[in-house]
Design a protein around this ligand. Structure first.
Ligand SMILES: Cc1ncc(C[n+]2csc(CCOP(=O)(O)OP(=O)(O)O)c2C)c(N)n1
Length: 290
């Protein structure tokens, strides 16, 4: 079932997850960092405060479903699943190895506990809509949560799925958008040389609203408030709900934050040591809001 964990513990768990993400990508010499680090707090809030799951019984029929549609952030999901007890934390160090269950993009045929294989942006969300529709038709009581990136919301399939979810009044479906304002490269603003966010200001929330969704907005790093917002999201009635969560790409490591070039860069050993040092300071400073 959902674990009841204090906010201070959630923050420690988030530090543990960030450390694991950094070590796993450095060890694999490949993978993504910016998107996984922006998603960590949302994943911690979901897995430790919201999802009704049984890690020891991953196929429990009544479990809430979770689909990481931004599948390139798999390493963060693996870190959080391991911390929640699905498998040993050490296994995350096999990330992306040829025979590992923990592939660069989630493979549900390899790892129990995954509800969908993802990686092609937009498709995981559509699958989540289908899972929720199936549950509605069968009268099943679980909620389906799907996490997307804001860059991913450029995909046409996202809006086709959003349309269908509203058409069938899927109030058992919650989308969580990790709105970190950056994608892989994105669009360049030639006048400033800076990257233009996929959606500016309230534009993204307004679009979901225009598609008939109930919209909740949140600080995607505030573990004091996130569990309650995500809990509220599952209480929708008559409409699907989206949580548009403001986040920072590369969150937790100062020299990665807000820099799109860390989307999928591997840290040098010096950069890794500096990054882990920063995570450690955050872990040992309980009053510091990361
Ligand atoms: C259909 C498809 N096109 C392109 C890619 C390559 N790709 C992987 S991640 C990414 C950027 C995604 O941006 P966003 O959704 O904002 O993710 P985040 O910033 O959270 O990492 C792209 C283009 C892909 N995985 N799937």
């Amino acid at each position: 079932m959902s674990a009841s964990v204090e906010e201070a513990d959630l923050r420690t768990l988030a530090c543990d997850a960030r450390e694991t993400v950094l070590r796993a990508v450095a060890n694999a010499r490949g993978g993504h960092l910016g998107g996984p680090l922006s998603a960590v707090d949302l994943l911690i809030a979901l897995y430790f405060g919201v999802l009704r799951i049984r890690p020891e019984e991953p196929t429990w029929p009544e479990r809430d479903r979770f689909v990481l549609s931004k599948g390139h952030s798999s390493v963060a999901l693996y870190a959080v699943m391991a911390l929640r007890g699905y498998f040993p934390l050490e296994e995350v160090m096999t990330f992306d190895a040829i025979n590992s269950r923990l592939q660069g993009h989630p493979d549900m045929t390899a790892l129990p506990g995954l509800d969908m294989s993802t990686g092609s942006l937009g498709l995981g969300f559509s699958a989540g809509v289908g899972i929720a529709l199936g549950a509605q038709l069968k009268g099943s009581g679980f909620t389906t949560f799907v996490m997307l990136g804001d860059g991913e919301c450029n995909e046409g399939t996202v809006w086709e799925g959003a349309h269908v979810a509203h058409r069938y009044r899927l109030d058992n479906l919650v989308a969580v958008v990790d709105q970190n304002g950056l994608q892989q490269f994105g669009w360049l603003d030639p006048s400033t040389g800076r990257r233009v966010p996929p959606y500016v200001g309230a534009e993204l929330a307004d679009r979901w609203r225009a598609f008939g969704w109930r919209v909740l907005e949140a600080d995607g790093h505030d573990l004091r408030t996130l569990p309650a917002v995500l809990q509220d999201a599952r209480e929708g009635s008559g409409a699907p709900t989206v949580v548009v969560a403001r986040t920072v790409k590369g969150k937790g490591v100062s020299f990665m934050e807000g820099d799109y070039s860390w989307h999928s860069r591997v840290p040098t050993s010096d950069e890794l040591a500096r990054a882990l040092g920063e995570i450690d300071v955050t872990r040992r400073t309980p009053e510091r809001v990361p």
